[in-house]
Design a protein around this ligand. Structure first.
Ligand SMILES: Nc1ncnc2c1ncn2[C@@H]1O[C@H](COP(=O)(O)OP(=O)(O)OP(=O)(O)O)[C@@H](O)[C@H]1O
Ligand SMILES: [Mg+2]
Length: 396
């Protein structure tokens, strides 16, 4: 069928034709936004889920809801090599300038800019002073201790007060939150604790890999009182069917029931894979309905594309010993896995694998779903590893 009108959208962060199966989260988000504006307590949240499950597109949708609810929104993506402070500061500066320009009495936005300026200088970020306006002097003694756990709270307080003075609210959205370091996460938790105590209109919504709650470490039990960690999982079979069927129906085309079943069997309902299978099946079909046979014909192309892109970008970032470790995991099926079994498969002692396991966790390749267990953060990665390195026995 015409590839130009193909409705599917495989790709990181590409909005799907239908955002299926996420109504609960979206409703919860609307409730959060509305309650915070009414000064009622409500937990902010971190969406957690595997690679390609739809966290980024959900966060983008949440950004739209925030704007509809008249929130001022900051959307950042955490990064292994960039500090939270460096990511946030330019957005906060813009937001505060916008608030300052809105009509209304009071000078809290200006004050917050002064706090931001001292915050920035204490973290030695380089911003052109002129961009702040010559008349804004850093407010000494506010948010400039150099200790982010203290300073971020003070900065958020001043920002939220400025928003409140202008009768608006602020939402800060952070994708890839697992790349924040321990201190940054703990600073965010403390800052959000302050927001809650003072009933100030600032919410934080993050998204990240399932390792996130564990990264909060010591601050975890505290975090659980302030945040929820909704699990963003694969779609159920009926939802997966809708994600495929509704977009093609809009174009006057249909999937046959057995075609849908086959795609569900292969994808296990993981959104990224649904988009890929939908996309290739559409292109291969010559007429409606799209049949089981078409899907079967598309499967090798989909697998090849996934191997060359979705899986490969992750594989290429690994060292040889990391690849061996993952291959030994994959040898045992879909998981979860025990470290001891991985070590025996490699004929070495568990203790000798501590470092490689730690770097794999840091790179976001594996995580520990429950104590002592390991799992891949990329769905169906075990199958990919067996394809990428077919011959395991020779290396054990
Ligand atoms: N609810 C959904 N229904 C159908 N398709 C979806 C849904 N959510 C996401 N997708 C599709 O899945 C793919 C992956 O989405 P997205 O990039 O948001 O995942 P992610 O969880 O952010 O992945 P990563 O951890 O790699 O960043 C996209 O092609 C998107 O269109
Ligand atoms: Mg993403």
């Amino acid at each position: 069928m015409d590839p130009i009108s193909n409705p599917f959208s495989p790709g990181a962060g590409s909005p799907p034709p239908e955002l299926v199966g996420r109504d609960n989260i979206l409703e919860q988000t609307n409730i959060l936004f509305a309650r915070i504006l009414k000064k009622r307590p409500e937990k902010s949240f971190f969406l957690t889920g595997l690679r390609g499950v739809g966290k980024t597109v959900l966060l983008n949708e949440i950004e739209r809801l925030a704007e509809k609810a008249d929130y001022r929104t900051i959307f950042i993506e955490a990064h292994e090599d960039k500090s939270l402070v460096a990511l946030l500061a330019p957005h906060l500066r813009k937001l505060l300038f916008d608030l300052d320009r809105l009509a209304g009495a009071g000078h809290k936005a200006r004050r917050s800019l002064a706090v931001l300026k001292s915050f920035i200088s204490s973290f030695k970020l380089k911003f052109d002073d002129v961009e702040f306006g010559l008349d804004i002097e850093p407010e000494r003694g506010s948010a400039d201790s150099g200790d982010i756990e203290v300073d971020l709270s003070n900065l958020f307080l001043s920002v939220a007060e400025a928003a409140q003075e202008r009768e608006t609210a602020v939402s800060i959205l952070i994708d890839e939150s697992q790349y924040l370091d321990h201190v940054e996460l703990s600073a965010l938790i403390m800052a959000m604790h302050k927001m809650q105590q003072r009933q100030l209109p600032l919410v934080l919504i993050g998204a990240g890999l399932p390792i996130l709650p564990a990264l909060m470490g010591d601050s975890k039990s505290y975090a659980e009182r302030l945040f929820q960690f909704p699990d963003i999982g694969p779609l159920s079979e009926p939802d997966a069917a809708r994600a495929l069927q509704d977009p093609v129906k809009a174009a006057g085309v249909e999937f046959s029931a057995d075609a849908l079943q086959e795609i569900f069997r292969l994808t296990q309902g993981y959104p990224y894979f649904l988009q890929e299978w939908g996309y290739q099946s559409w292109n291969r079909a010559s007429k409606s309905p799209i049949t089981l046979q078409t899907v079967q014909g598309a499967t090798p192309i989909v697998v090849q594309r996934l191997d060359a892109n979705f899986f490969r970008v992750r594989f290429d970032r690994l060292t040889t010993s990391e690849k061996n470790y993952l291959r030994a995991m994959a040898q045992q099926g879909p998981g979860p896995y025990r470290s001891g079994d991985v070590a025996s498969a490699l004929s070495v002692k568990v203790t000798s694998l501590g470092t490689v396991r730690a770097t794999l966790i840091k790179k976001g390749m594996i995580y520990s779903p429950t104590h002592g267990d390991l799992a891949f953060t990329v769905p169906l990665f075990d199958e990919f590893m067996r394809r990428a390195i077919p011959d395991f026995t020779s290396r054990a």
